[in-house]
Design a binder for this molecule. Structure first.
Ligand code: MG
Length: 288
């Protein structure tokens, strides 16, 4: 297992964070095609796919392009879109005229100030995931771009059935590897005590949401949580590369805020309803 941690709080803008990461090739695969970035204010996981080492290269390109944004002041939503665009062009170029078809998921969390309020900006493309745990709440923030998610949305599949469905690894959007590369975005006001988990499907394919919730709540430091989650994925079979990034908000400058009202700068970035913050998901919810 490769891991990293930042034991000292790092403050970027209004949010002070502590974070840790871990990634492991798993027990079945021979190479790790997941890549990760943990460099405040940006935290991401990219799960690459493609023949030969194409997936590894694709996920590394995605991380490289977002890594360029570290230090941008201010960091904006447009910057995130720009990094995605450049990464997509570079990944598509890998397969131009050649047999390699490469792509990658992107699950990203960035702390950002919008209208002087600190937000978690969450971006998703594919089936890597972002979860949030606070004292009273555990939710999957991102919604998978996958065949089984679409079947569940239509009521044709339960979550239990989805976990063993033959198409459970088939994703409907990715960066590269096809035409569909529009990400979804969510804006969530950052509050002290928030714990964000970003992970590849090598974790969520092996470990259920109730177990994730328990570890996020009771698992100790970000470093301990990362180690525990990877151990759980491996002991459940480790069928895929597993990557986890855990970010804690220690302090947030300013009062806790409500979601941005319609008409604010934040709202203007997102006309679509599906990019608006979703209602909290309680542990009683179907998806938990
Ligand atoms: Mg995977």
């Amino acid at each position: 297992m490769t891991d990293a941690t930042d034991p000292a709080p790092t403050t970027t803008g209004k949010v002070s964070v502590r974070w840790a990461t871990a990634t492991d090739v798993g027990l079945v695969r021979t190479i790790n095609e997941d890549s990760l970035l943990a460099s405040p204010p940006l935290f991401m996981v990219a799960d690459g796919m493609g023949g030969h080492d194409a997936g590894e290269v694709a996920s590394a390109i995605a991380v490289e392009e977002f890594d360029r944004l570290v230090g941008a002041d201010p960091l904006t939503i447009e910057d995130l879109g720009g990094a995605l665009h450049t990464a997509a062009d570079r990944i598509d170029a890998l397969s131009d005229g050649g047999p390699l078809s490469a792509g990658t998921t992107v699950a990203l969390v960035a702390t950002m100030e919008i209208d002087d309020v600190a937000y978690w900006v969450v971006l998703n493309l594919g089936d890597s995931r972002v979860y949030r745990a606070t004292e009273g709440l555990f939710e999957q923030v991102s919604v998978d771009h996958s065949v089984v998610q679409e079947l569940m949305d239509r009521g044709e599949l339960t979550e239990a059935e989805a976990r063993v469905h033959p198409y459970r690894h088939m994703i409907t959007r990715a960066l590269g590897a096809g035409p569909e590369s529009d990400p979804d975005y969510w804006l969530i006001p950052a509050e002290p005590g928030d714990r964000m988990l970003i992970c590849s499907d090598g974790l969520t394919g092996e470990v259920s949401d109730p177990v994730l919730e328990r570890v996020l709540r009771d698992g100790g430091s970000p470093e301990d949580v990362c180690a525990t989650l990877v151990e759980l994925a491996l002991s459940a079979g480790g069928h895929d590369n597993v990557t986890v990034v855990v970010v804690d908000a220690l302090e947030v400058d300013g009062a806790p805020a409500d979601p941005a009202p319609a008409g604010s700068d934040a709202a203007e970035h997102f006309g679509d309803d599906d990019t608006w913050p979703r209602s909290p998901v309680t542990p009683d919810d179907d998806r938990a």
